[in-house]
Design a protein around this ligand. Structure first.
Ligand code: MTE
Length: 510
């Protein structure tokens, strides 16, 4: 190890025993300044281009060279290594969209397994490395505009005699879910921390157990002061923005926290201890908001008069108009995305699938609405959005205030050839989805809530000519797929051809 490597390791050392992967930045402005100086002297690999060129057909799909190099420059390579080791242990079967910071997507099959997403299959979105914090030494600090600053151990928090516990079924959705549809329409901001090219699987549902933050503020801190308008959550992980270094920080308004079980401090996910990749030992779960506010590995909460100045809150997760782009974007000219709108996705069949059927096609998917709205109705159209069929209530999972509903429908289909199916959902406030991706395209490629569309090739066996062709193919040991491969035999014999053409000549009569 060179002298300079030794230096950075001692400069940015972990300061708490049992808190591996945690470097405190927010308390030490001078330490931040030194880190910036070091980063300013280095050249880093540019982020990969994947919007103007096709995505690589690899798993991991994208490699986070730049973010790894940032960590290495500050002597934090152990964080990079531990993160990937944890991913392989906890999330071996996800689609690894980005290896570091880890972004992993739930596959289609995993999404449809049930109302609750198995912890092993729940998507992960990280801005930094996964830390390794021992539960028995962990403590949460609460300060700022509270009547009493406190430090609470996990044992305190978990003690039902001290704080009432709650279990809530919550769908967490990254505001980048289905981003790939926006990219395919028009490329947008690449962002230093890659705006992951998610498909339909950056969403998942779990039962979280913990204590409502409102209760902790009241019982441990004696309440917040009248000036408090926002609660800031600080996570252990190290985050980078334009060569500056931070701990992950976001905030939600106090008015949200006041709604008892809508903001939880959680340690359990689906009846099991929170996995490391999901924020162990303690995370925030904010119902109905974008996933970004549900801070993982939370170790400090600050009651503030204004929203957090952390870059994830102040400079990212912004919603711009389509007139805003690289030429004029600022942090202040987009609004902050907090509550998630209604959205849905068709998970089966998949885009470009060939479907041989007997007059109906089965579709399955998810539907979700945030902001305390729940899913009331899901409708599917087999013709791009003119005719809609409603999903039967018996074919939807039960309603929750803060969770998705999985659905299934058999849609009558007579037509053959390429058809465009789409789905739209209505929520409890009668909101529904924009019609086309273009209707809500935005520079940061967030919140793709427009009707999800897929093109499928319909082969209807109830039609005599189709059935005949399928039988011919079967007799030859062939199938209809691959669709683009030509048939290797004559489509009809000469006698049949002449009969048809003489009955209906191709030339008009004089
Ligand atoms: N908390 C910390 N500390 N660091 C992060 O990178 N990512 C956020 C949020 N909480 C993040 C975080 C984002 S953008 C999302 S979508 C959710 O965590 C994802 O939660 P999950 O990884 O448990 O599915």
């Amino acid at each position: 190890m060179s002298q300079s490597e030794v230096d950075v390791q001692s400069l940015f050392a972990e300061e708490k025993v049992g808190w591996s992967g945690y470097v405190e930045w927010e308390k030490y402005p001078e330490k931040k300044a030194i880190a910036t100086q070091i980063l300013n002297t280095k050249k880093f690999t540019p982020i990969p281009e994947f919007q103007f060129v096709p995505l690589p057909n690899t798993n991991p799909i994208l490699i986070g060279h730049r973010w790894k190099e940032y960590h290495e420059a500050l002597g934090l390579k152990n964080i990079v290594d531990f993160s990937w080791k944890t991913v392989l242990e906890e999330k071996p079967d996800l689609l690894h969209v980005l290896d570091f910071p880890y972004n992993g997507e739930t596959t289609r099959e995993q999404l449809l397994l049930g109302k609750l997403t198995d912890n092993k299959y729940h998507f992960v979105r990280n801005h930094g490395g996964i830390p390794d914090i021992q539960e028995d030494v962990f403590e949460l600090e609460i300060g700022g505009l509270v009547n009493k600053t406190v430090k609470l151990s996990l044992k305190d928090l978990k003690d039902p005699a001290k704080f009432p516990q709650a279990e809530v079924t919550v769908t967490l959705q990254c505001s980048g879910t289905r981003r790939i549809e926006q990219i395919n329409e028009y490329p947008g901001d690449g962002d230093e921390l890659i705006n992951a090219p998610w498909g339909e699987g950056a969403i998942g549902t779990a039962v979280y157990r913990g204590v409502p933050l409102k209760k902790v503020l009241k019982l441990a801190c004696g309440g917040v002061t009248p000036e408090c308008k926002h609660l800031e959550f600080i996570g252990v992980d190290t985050y980078f923005k334009k060569n500056n270094v931070f701990n992950y920080a976001v905030s939600v308004p106090w008015r949200k926290v006041r709604n008892n079980e809508e903001v939880l401090l959680a340690w359990e996910m689906n009846g099991k201890p929170l996995p490391k990749s999901h924020g162990a030992p303690l995370r925030v779960v904010v119902t109905g908001y974008i996933g970004a506010r549900s801070c993982k590995w939370v170790y400090r909460i600050n009651a503030l008069a204004e929203p957090s100045m952390g870059p994830v809150q102040a400079q990212e997760y912004l919603y711009f108009t389509s007139q805003i782009g690289k030429q004029n974007t600022k942090y202040s000219n987009g609004f902050s995305i907090q509550q998630m709108p209604v959205s849905s996705a068709i998970i089966s069949p998949v885009n470009r699938q060939v479907i041989v059927h007997e007059g109906k096609i089965t579709l399955k998917g998810w539907a979700y609405s945030g902001g305390g709205n729940w899913v009331e109705r899901v409708e599917v159209s087999p013709d791009g959005g003119s005719v809609w069929y409603a999903v039967d209530q018996d074919d939807m999972t039960e309603k929750h205030y803060h969770a998705w509903r999985l659905w299934k429908i058999d849609v009558p289909v007579d037509a053959e050839g390429w058809l465009e199916f789409c789905v739209r959902t209505w929520d409890s406030s009668n909101n529904t989805e924009p019609t086309f991706v273009r209707s809500a395209w935005n520079w940061d490629l967030h919140v793709t809530s427009s009707c999800h569309r897929i093109k499928v090739y319909s082969v209807n066996k109830t039609r005599a000519a189709t059935m005949k062709r399928l039988k011919e193919l079967e007799a030859r040991g062939e199938g209809i797929e691959p669709l683009s491969h030509p048939l290797e035999y004559q489509l009809e014999d000469t006698e049949e051809y002449l009969k048809a053409c003489r009955a209906h000549p191709r030339e008009p009569v004089c």
